[in-house]
Every structure is written in C-alpha cells, then in structure tokens.
Ligand binder design. Structure first.
Ligand code: NDP
Length: 300
C-alpha cells in the first residue's frame, strides 16, 4: 500500500483545544460574575456504552471547573419518576444544562422527556425548540456531535461557502442537524439515506462527505471524490480481523467509512476512533457555558 495521501483530521487536538477554551471561560465567569456553569447528566439503566459516555461527561465537566451532577437511575425507573427529576432540574438554579442520556430503556418515552425539558437548558440540542431554532438559522443550543463535525471542517478547510456537501444519514441526532449546519455555512447540501438511488454516485459529488449511517465501512474509496474532506461519524463494533482475536469474541470500533482505502483518495479524513467522537463532549461543555451565560443574561 502506498503511504496515505489523505491528511488526518485529529479530533484529539481540536477537542483538547476546545476543552481548554471552555476551562478558561468557566474560570473567567467564576471570577467576574461568581457564576459556575452547572451540568446535570441523567442516565437510566445499565447500558455499557451509555455508562462510558456518562462517566466521560461527568469527568470532563468537573475538569473544566463546572458544577457537575450525575443522576444514575435504575433500569425500572418509571416515566413519572424520570419526568419528575427533569422537572426538578429544570427549576434548579445551580443547573444550567441538562442531558438525558439516550437511548432510554424501551418502556420510557423519549419524546415526553424532551417535551418537558427546558429548552434554555437543552445542552444536547434535541428539543423541538432547539431543532426549530437550528432549522430557522437562529442562534441556539445545537446538537453536540453535529457541531463537532462543523468545527472539524472549519478548522480544516476554513470557509465552507459554496462547497458541495453530502450527508449520508437523516437522523434527528446526527444527519439532519449536520445538514442544517452545513447549509448555515453556505454549502450546497444533499441529504442521502437508505432509499437514495445510486448512493456511490451521489457521494462522489461531494467536496465534503459526512457519513452518519451506522454501517461498518460502508463507504468505499471509489465513492469518494479525490481530495474530498471525509467526516466519519459512525461508531460500529466489529470482530477483530485477526481470526484468533475474533474467535475469542474480541471486538474493535470502526467507522462507516472504509478508512484504509478511503484515505488513499480523500484529501482529509477523520479516523475512528480519534475523530468526531472526541468532539462531542467538548461541544457539550461549550453548550453548558453558553446556556449558563444566557440564563444569567450575559452576552454569548
Ligand atoms: P440512525 O440509525 O438513527 O440513522 C442512520 C441513518 O443512516 C438513517 O437515516 C438511515 O436511513 C441511514 N442509512 C442506514 N442504512 C443505510 C444505507 N445502506 N444507505 C444509506 N443510508 C443508510 O443512526 P444515528 O444517526 O443515530 O447514528 C449514525 C452513526 O453515528 C452510528 O454509527 C452511531 O453510533 C454514530 N454516532 C456517533 C456519535 C459520536 O459521538 N461520534 C454520536 C451519535 C451517533 P433511513 O432514514 O432511510 O432509515
């Protein structure tokens, strides 16, 4: 294999930088306003991946100097109990951001939770008000992973105006908000999904290709326009290539893009792990500071 021509977009570097900026903002807010941004994370049940994400959110918010509270509720928590906790956090003056870790156990209604969550504290950007603000091009709290994608693209390419962008995936969590943000950045945006005809040809038009599908290594080198910037949001667990490790049941994380071949064609590419995933928590911290400033009537 020749050496990869694609330059790596290193999520670690940009996530560390953003977290350092947030830490400085928190220190400044404490010193000048006596305001300590507060984040509450709510986890229901014992999903192993969610537990890891929630622990990381708690640790990073504390490290940034924030007030940080994690509520771990049992798997059999009722809808009423969960709604009561969210209502309590809505009116807690020490809490400026609330994140309810998704997915919730099957017996709980995600939409009902988001419906009562105070949009001013919606640091995950998932309420209807936040989605509406984003779709209307108004300032607001935007979803963290999509914002992470945009930050990586701006840091890498600078001005995105006029670029052809293709987003594969149309979920409320990733695909749609990424597309909205790219539109706000004056890209010409196509949203592709499971019913898109000739997906490889659609992808080949992209100067910016964002993959948010959830299918391991689906996007191949010949789907990519030479020199394109490729942002891989996918997090997929697959068995190791090594048959011995695979037989032992060991798994590894790969993206939606076939990184090895794609990096021979792309101009820029995010690795998985080590790319977009690291940005999510950093943006969550930034959103919490933004929410705290707004609630205190300060300029953002
Ligand atoms: P969803 O399952 O909600 O959405 C997947 C989207 O991909 C859907 O719009 C679906 O289309 C589309 N799709 C599925 N199969 C195909 C196909 N064969 N061809 C074209 N499109 C297809 O997933 P999410 O948006 O929540 O997540 C996407 C990926 O991103 C996952 O791997 C997830 O783990 C990861 N993720 C990573 C995060 C991070 O921090 N890095 C955060 C959140 C998610 P349709 O609508 O037609 O069904």
């Amino acid at each position: 294999m020749p050496e990869s021509p694609a330059k790596l977009i290193d999520g670690k570097v940009y996530a560390e930088r953003l977290r350092a900026e947030v830490t400085a903002q928190v220190a400044e807010l404490k010193a000048s306003q006596g305001l300590q941004p507060g984040l509450a994370v709510v986890l229901v049940g014992d999903d192993p991946a969610s537990q890891i994400y929630v622990r990381s959110k708690g640790e990073h918010s504390l490290a940034a100097g924030m007030h940080s509270v994690t509520h771990r509720l049992p798997q059999d928590t009722s809808q009423e109990q969960l709604l009561a906790l969210v209502a309590e956090l809505n009116s807690d003056p020490l809490i400026h951001g609330i994140l309810v870790q998704l997915p919730l156990p099957k017996h709980l209604d995600e939409r009902a939770v988001l419906a009562i969550l105070n949009p001013e504290k919606d640091v995950d950007g998932l309420t209807m008000i936040s989605a509406g603000r984003l779709a209307s091009g108004l300032p607001g709290l935007y979803p963290c992973t999509p914002m992470g994608c945009l930050i990586l693209l701006r840091e890498t390419l600078g001005d995105l105006s006029g670029k052809r962008a293709v987003v594969v995936g149309r979920s409320m969590l990733v695909g749609r908000p990424v597309a909205q943000l790219l539109l706000q950045a004056d890209c010409t945006v196509t949203i592709a999904h499971s019913r898109t005809a000739d997906l490889p040809a659609v992808c080949r038009e992209a100067d910016i290709l964002v993959a948010a599908v959830g299918r391991p290594r689906m996007i191949k080198a010949d789907w990519i326009k030479p020199g394109a910037a490729v942002i891989d949001v996918g997090i997929n667990r697959v068995p190791f290539d090594d048959p011995e490790k695979a037989a032992a049941g060991r798994t590894k994380v790969v993206g939606d893009v076939d990184f090895k071949s794609a990096s021979q064609v792309a101009g820029w590419i995010t690795p998985v792990p080590g790319g977009v995933g690291l940005m999510t928590v950093a943006v969550l911290l930034q959103n919490t500071v933004t929410a705290a400033k707004r609630q205190a009537g300060l300029d953002v």
